[in-house]
Design a binder for this molecule. Structure first.
Ligand code: ZN
Ligand code: ZN
Length: 598
C-alpha cells in the first residue's frame, strides 16, 4: 500500500475501524431490534453474538483487530487440522444460512445475511480454491495482534501482559505450521514476509522490556515471560532464515507468479465486490471511462491555459498540457502550520453546505472532532476517520490528521502540493462529509455487528467516491474549472486502479506499461506509481473497489431516477441508500427497487 494515497488502503486495523459502527451497541444482551418474524428470530439465534463468538474463537488475530479481546490469550495455529476444522465450520454455517430464505427476513436481517453469506463464501473459496495460505508466506506473522495488546488500553497492563504471556506460548508451533503450509510461493510475497517478520522482531524488543519493568508481575510470571519471549524471538529469527533460503532458491526459478490469473480473479472479484457486475465488464467500462475523463481534462486544461500561462505556447501533447496545468494549480496550497486548521474549518463548512442544499440530513449535534493522529497510529495514511469498533461502544469518532510539521521540508511541500487548495475539499468530502463519516453515521442508525465487522468494501468506498461527484455536480465550488480538473485527476486514480489491477492479474500487463499508465496517463508521481506497482503485485481486486462501488451506485441512481421521473428526490435517494448499512450494492439495489415498486 501507499501512504501517499489517503483513503485507499488495504485491510489494516484502521481500514477495518473506519467501517465499524459505534454508539448504537447499547448492550449485547438487548433483544435484537427488527426481529419481528419467526425467520428473523431464527436468524438471530443462528447468527447473533454466539455465532460471532465462535467465529472469533477460530480467528483470534482478526478478533483482536476488531476489539474483541476475550480471545487475546490464544494464538491460532495455522496447521492442516485447523484448516480442516475451519472448512467444516464454514460449511455448517453456510448450510444454515441457505436454509434461511432472504425473502422471509426483515431488511436488517436480510442485509446481514447477504453480508455474512458473502464473507463465508469468500473464506471457503480462499481456503479451498485460492489457497493463498500456501503461496503467500506474508500471511504468517504473529506481530500485529501482540502490538495491539501492548498498545491498546483495553485492560490494565498486567492483564494484557498475562494475555500476551499465554499467547506467546505457541509462537514456535505457529511458525512450524507456517513452514509446513508454504508451498511454491511467489517471490514477491516471500520477500514481503521476510521484511515484515523482521519488523515483527521490533514488537518484541526493548519497548516491551520497558513495559515489563513497569508492570507488577509475580517473579515466576516474570521468569516465564522472559523464557517465552526468548523462544518467540528465536522462532521468528529461525523463520526469517528459512524464508531467506527459500527466497534464494525461488530467485533461481520455480516461484509462483504473483499474477492471480483469469479464473481465480474472476471468482474473487464476484465474491468481494458483490456489485452485480463481473470483472471483465467493469474493466471494459473503466477503459472507456479513462478516455472520457481524459477528454474532460483536455478541455479544461485548454480552457484554463491562457489564464495561467499567458503568452506561453501550449504543448502539443495533451498529457503534457494537462500535467503542466495540474502542476501549476498545485502551487496554491496552504502553509504547513495552516494544514490542520484548514481541515478543521472545512468540515463544518461542508456539513452546512450539504444541509442547505438538502442533499442528505446530517446530525450536527455531535460535530466530528479533528485531531492530530496519535503517535502509534501515524504513517498509515495522511488523514482519515477513526471510529470505535462494535465491541467498544463508548469510544468516540475522530478525524485524524497526520501532523506534517515534523516531515522533511521536501516531503511536506510535496504533500501540501498534492492536497492543494483545489484538492483538499475533495479529499475531505471523501473522508468525512458526505463521504465515509456520513455513511458511518447512517450505518449506526441500524446497528448490526455483522455489517460493522464484514461491511462491503465496494459499497463503503463506492459511496465516498460517489459523494465527491455528487457534491461537485450540485454546485460545490461554483463549477470552477480548476476544481473540476483536479477532481478528474483524483477520480482518474480510481478508474486507473481498476485498469491496472485487471491488467496485471488477468492480462499480464508489464511493469513498464503499468508505469506509463500511472505516471503519463494518470498524472501520478513516480513515488506514487512505485507504491502502486508494489501494491498490485501483493494484492488483487482491492484496487477495483472504488470504481466498482461507484459505478454500481451511479447505475442504481440512474435506474431509480428514470423509474420515479419527476417524483425523484435526491435527498431521499441518499438517505434510503445509506439506511441499509454497509451492505453490498447489489443487495441494497434489490431492496430499493422493491421499495420503489411499492
Ligand atoms: Zn475511502
Ligand atoms: Zn509550494
Amino acid at each position: 500500500m501507499s501512504a501517499r494515497e489517503p483513503g485507499r488502503r488495504p485491510v489494516t486495523r484502521r481500514a477495518l475501524l473506519r467501517s465499524l459502527g459505534a454508539a448504537a451497541f447499547a448492550s449485547a444482551a438487548a433483544p435484537p431490534p427488527g426481529a419481528d418474524t419467526d425467520a428473523d428470530a431464527e436468524f438471530e439465534r443462528g447468527f447473533g453474538d454466539e455465532f460471532l463468538d465462535q467465529y472469533w474463537q477460530r480467528n483470534t488475530a482478526a478478533a483482536i483487530a476488531a476489539g474483541y479481546y476475550r480471545v487475546a490469550g490464544r494464538l491460532t495455529i495455522p496447521d492442516a487440522r485447523y484448516r480442516r476444522a475451519y472448512r467444516q465450520f464454514l460449511d455448517r454455517a453456510l448450510a444454515r444460512l441457505q436454509g434461511l430464505a432472504p425473502e422471509r427476513l426483515g431488511e436488517r436481517q436480510r442485509t446481514d445475511r447477504a453480508v455474512l453469506d458473502g464473507q463465508l463464501r469468500y473464506e471457503r473459496w480462499a481456503l479451498a480454491s485460492a489457497r493463498e495460505w500456501q503461496w503467500n508466506p506474508a500471511q504468517y506473522n504473529v506481530a500485529g495482534p501482540f502490538a495491539l495488546i501492548f498498545s491498546t488500553d483495553y485492560a490494565p497492563l498486567e492483564q494484557r501482559l498475562r494475555s500476551a504471556l499465554s499467547r506467546l506460548r505457541d509462537v514456535p508451533a505457529y511458525y512450524a505450521a507456517a513452514r509446513q503450509a508454504i508451498e511454491r510461493p511467489t517471490l514477491e510475497h516471500t520477500r514481503l514476509a521476510i521484511e515484515q517478520n523482521q519488523g515483527a522482531l521490533e514488537v518484541f524488543g526493548t519497548e516491551l522490556e520497558r513495559r515489563l519493568e513497569q508492570a507488577t508481575l509475580a517473579d515466576d510470571e516474570r521468569a516465564l515471560f522472559a523464557q517465552r519471549l526468548a523462544a518467540a524471538r528465536g522462532a521468528i529469527a529461525d523463520h526469517i532464515r528459512w524464508l531467506q533460503d527459500l527466497e534464494a532458491r525461488l530467485a533461481a526459478g520455480g516461484a509462483r507468479s504473483f499474477r492471480l490469473g483469469q479464473t481465480l480473479y474472476r471468482q474473487k472479484f464476484l465474491l468481494m465486490n458483490q456489485s452485480g457486475e463481473d470483472a471483465e465488464s467493469l474493466y471494459r467500462r473503466a477503459v472507456r471511462e479513462q478516455q472520457r475523463v481524459l477528454e474532460h481534462m483536455t478541455q479544461l486544461a485548454d480552457r484554463l491555459w491562457d489564464r495561467y500561462f499567458p503568452g506561453a505556447q501550449r504543448p502539443a501533447d495533451r498529457f503534457d498540457r494537462i500535467g503542466r496545468m495540474i502542476s501549476r494549480l498545485s502551487d496554491s496550497h496552504v502553509a504547513a502550520p495552516d494544514y490542520l486548521p484548514s481541515i478543521e474549518r472545512l468540515i463544518p463548512q461542508l456539513a452546512q453546505w450539504v444541509g442547505e442544499r438538502r442533499l442528505i440530513d446530517i446530525d450536527l449535534s455531535k460535530p466530528l472532532q479533528v485531531r492530530a493522529t496519535p503517535a502509534y497510529e501515524r504513517g498509515v495514511a495522511i488523514a482519515g476517520i477513526e471510529a470505535p469498533g462494535p465491541y467498544d461502544p463508548g469510544a468516540r469518532t475522530y478525524f485524524n490528521v497526520d501532523p506534517i510539521e515534523q516531515l522533511p521540508a521536501a516531503q511536506a511541500e510535496s504533500l501540501l502540493r498534492e492536497y492543494n487548495d483545489w484538492m483538499l475539499p475533495v479529499f475531505i468530502i471523501h473522508e468525512a462529509i458526505p463521504g465515509h463519516y456520513v455513511q458511518l453515521m447512517y450505518a449506526n442508525r441500524s446497528p448490526s455487528r455483522i455489517k460493522s465487522i464484514f461491511g462491503n468494501g465496494a459499497m463503503i468506498e463506492g459511496w465516498a467516491v460517489y459523494s465527491e461527484r455528487m457534491m461537485l455536480e450540485a454546485g460545490y465550488g461554483g463549477q470552477a474549472p480548476e476544481l473540476w480538473l483536479i477532481y478528474w485527476k483524483w477520480y482518474l486514480r480510481s478508474v486507473t486502479n481498476t485498469i491496472l489491477d485487471y491488467g496485471v492479474h488477468v492480462l499480464g500487463m508489464s511493469e513498464a506499461r503499468a508505469k506509463t499508465l500511472l505516471m503519463r496517463e494518470a498524472f501520478q508521481s513516480d513515488q506514487e506509481a512505485a507504491g502502486k506497482w508494489q501494491r498490485v503485485q501483493l494484492s488483487s481486486v482491492q484496487l477495483t473497489q472504488y470504481y466498482s462501488g461507484f459505478s454500481a451506485i451511479e447505475q442504481l441512481r440512474a435506474q431509480v431516477e428514470s423509474q420515479q421521473g419527476a417524483q425523484f428526490d435526491l435527498r431521499r435517494f441518499h438517505e434510503q441508500f445509506l439506511s441499509y448499512g454497509s451492505a453490498p450494492v447489489e443487495v441494497i439495489a434489490s431492496l430499493m427497487r422493491q421499495a420503489a415498486r411499492g
